[in-house]
Design a protein around this ligand. Structure first.
Ligand code: DOR
Ligand code: ZN
Length: 343
């Protein structure tokens, strides 16, 4: 196969940031993706419907001329979130999901949730109105090894939430383990799981063997090879529960290359080329469209995009860095030459 045309993809987990960073990275997502679920972990976070409306306007203002890109907004769940505000934001079509960060789990998550009883009323309301909960699935208990935090979260937090809130639609965000794949496969269609581009490509050796690679450091951190293979099998299976959420998370090089550097891989510019490579390697190019363009809308109850995107088997070109007014941002290097490119 030398050319592949698919329904235009969506990104079901994206960090656009704001200000100068947003202006620099947004055109890359708008080039290949029709819609994206926009993460709310700004400083300060996007907590209320009014903040989500203002953030949406900022994104639309920053879009390149003629770009057709729809930001699907989310609210950052706190212990003080007002269920009525959430319901109004959903009813108006402004907000498509609510994001749960356990307090302290990742970048800008300090306002997240510590006491899960305090979000009970909001979760019940979301189940009633059919608004999905996107979950950063890692416990923050310092006694739990960082490589075990996702698996422990499933047992200690996720499964209890699902049991106590029947009907709540939940997305396990950026899953990184076979434990998460197995859990998702055992659930009904109220559960979905996003998988990033980078977790299909790297394992923990890529981060740590032969010298530390800050640009491969993200959260949840990449796990051992057997987990990466389980993610590959899930993504390429066509199973409707698994869909693309790039978690493209730009940080300037100055903020990555620190004694305590930020977590995040910036994959927006080359995600589709990398995915074509991955799916071809696994003999699954015919499942690429399900993963990038059909399963996500199915879960979120939205139409598949009418527009298309064509990938051709021609060596790709992508920048090693994207410049921002705050300094350069390194683009994710998959470690292999890209044979495919977006036409
Ligand atoms: O690697 C990550 N970067 N994981 C997250 O959960 C947050 C993200 C960010 O905002 O930088
Ligand atoms: Zn994220």
């Amino acid at each position: 196969m030398t050319s592949l045309t698919i329904s235009r993809p969506d990104d079901w987990h994206l960090h656009l940031r704001d200000g100068a960073m947003m202006r620099a990275v947004l055109p890359w997502s708008a080039r290949d993706f029709a819609r994206a679920i926009i993460m709310p972990n700004l400083v300060p976070p996007v907590v209320t419907s009014a903040q989500a409306a203002a953030y949406r306007d900022q994104i639309l203002d920053a879009l390149p001329q003629g770009a057709a890109f729809e930001p699907l907004m989310t609210l950052y769940l706190t212990e003080d979130t007002d269920p009525d505000d959430v319901e109004a934001a959903h009813a108006s079509g402004l907000v498509r999901a609510v994001k749960l960060y356990p307090a302290g789990a990742t970048t800008n998550s300090a306002s997240g949730v510590s006491d899960f009883e305090k979000i009970r009323a909001t979760l019940d309301r979301m189940a009633k109105i059919g608004l999905p909960l996107c979950v950063h699935g890692e416990v923050t208990d310092p006694d739990i090894d960082i490589f075990d935090r996702e698996a422990v979260f499933i047992d200690r937090v996720l499964d209890p939430i699902r049991t106590s809130t029947p009907g709540l639609k939940v997305v396990m965000e950026h899953i990184t383990t076979s434990n998460a794949v197995d859990y998702a496969r055992a659930q009904d269609d109220t559960l979905g799981a996003t998988i990033t581009t980078h977790h299909l490509v790297i394992n923990r050796n890529h981060i740590l063997a032969g010298g530390i690679k800050p640009h491969y450091y993200c959260l949840p951190v990449a796990k051992r090879e057997s987990h990466r293979l389980a993610l590959r099998a899930a993504a390429t299976s066509g199973d409707a529960r698994f869909f693309l959420g790039t978690d493209s998370a730009p940080h300037t090089d100055a903020n990555k290359l620190l004694p305590c550097g930020c977590a995040g891989c910036f994959t927006a510019p080359n995600t589709m080329a990398i995915l074509a490579h991955v799916f071809e390697e696994d003999g699954a190019l015919d499942s690429l469209e399900a993963f990038t363009s059909r399963n996500g809308p199915g879960f979120y109850g939205l139409p598949v995009n009418a527009d298309t995107l064509t990938l051709t088997k021609q060596p790709g070109q992508w920048p090693t860095h994207v410049d921002t007014d705050d300094g350069p941002v390194t683009v994710f290097d998959p470690g292999f030459d890209l044979q495919w490119s977006v036409a």
